[in-house]
Design a protein around this ligand. Sequence first.
Ligand SMILES: *[C@@H]1O[C@H](CO)[C@@H](O)[C@H](O)[C@H]1NC(C)=O
Length: 354
Amino acid sequence: MTRILFAASFLVAFAGMARASVPAGTNGFSLFWSDDFNGAANTAPSSANWKYDTGTGTFGTGEIETMTNSLNNVHLDGNGNLHIKAIGSGQSWTSGRIETVPDNFAAPAGGILAVQGSMQLPDVTGAAAAGYWPAFWMLGSTLRTGTSWPGCGEIDIMENINGLDEVFGTLHCGTAPGGDCNESTGLGGNKQGMSPSLQTAFHTYRIELDNGANQIRWYIDGTQYWQVSSSAVSASTWQAATQHGFFIILDLAMGGGFPAAFGGGPTSSTASGGDFIIDYVAVYTKGGSGTPTTTTKKTTASPTPTGGGSGSCGAGLSACGAACYNPSSYTCIGGTTLCPAGDQLCGKYMIKDR
Ligand SMILES: *[C@@H]1O[C@H](CO)[C@@H](O)[C@H](O)[C@H]1NC(C)=O
């Protein structure tokens, strides 16, 4: 945290290194998980919370930097912030990318998942910013268990390119290229012209995945600027993209497809040392059953769905299309050829844990 609470600052100072905390949930939201980045100066972020994605050219986006686990690229500053810094010149860059170890950030059945962060984007603009691509985003946990992108779902909470004073929010889903989410573009919205700019001040970026309204909403500083409703895609695509846990990613890419679509970069004019500063990341949930609709359990111990349903199911079982299932253990999703990892495919019908 960079801001000190006015009334509490005296006590906080005596408590040691603690800084102002992650915001409590409001409007019925409860804090589920967070990282305030309150570590000692020039140390790595918590390994219980984050792991590094390292390497060059491994993300399929055309970005050119080498992601490292060096403190030069990723470190805490001792004042409650995480820094991800791009260092280099021309076509040779190092930078950082971390993702949360937990991947159970899920919307409760009928409830809402909110994922929020406060961050300042690298303070570079114009030619010096060509190629910069900071992002705060998340991927479906099913990617870690074998479901491919973009079927697993990707929700980009904040993307920014080339130092523009503009935030982009996007859902990726379905199949690529094309598909329900118009890949690889995705279903995205944006908002520009913030004052002070995204590069000169901290702003709050947030999404809400709402299983009551069947919608994802994107916000900056509390103002909604984009939404995608489940009706925009097929039921099975929405299910596969949203009804499971997510893990969060923070990264500062250089180059690649997104900057290229807005003028390109990096170039010989791109400035080294652009610093992506993250104050906190927090996950909240609200309402619903309190049980996230994860797809990661399941299996053999549960009653096994049997084929040949269609009204001839045995005692205590219900028909799900051509399959029979136990409604106390499963939910009938409906006909589909997509089946997220952990769910059973029974005939052509997906049957999922409650
Ligand atoms: C789909 O993506 C293309 C770019 O590939 C874009 O021109 C078009 O507007 C997008 N359509 C929708 C509905 O988002």
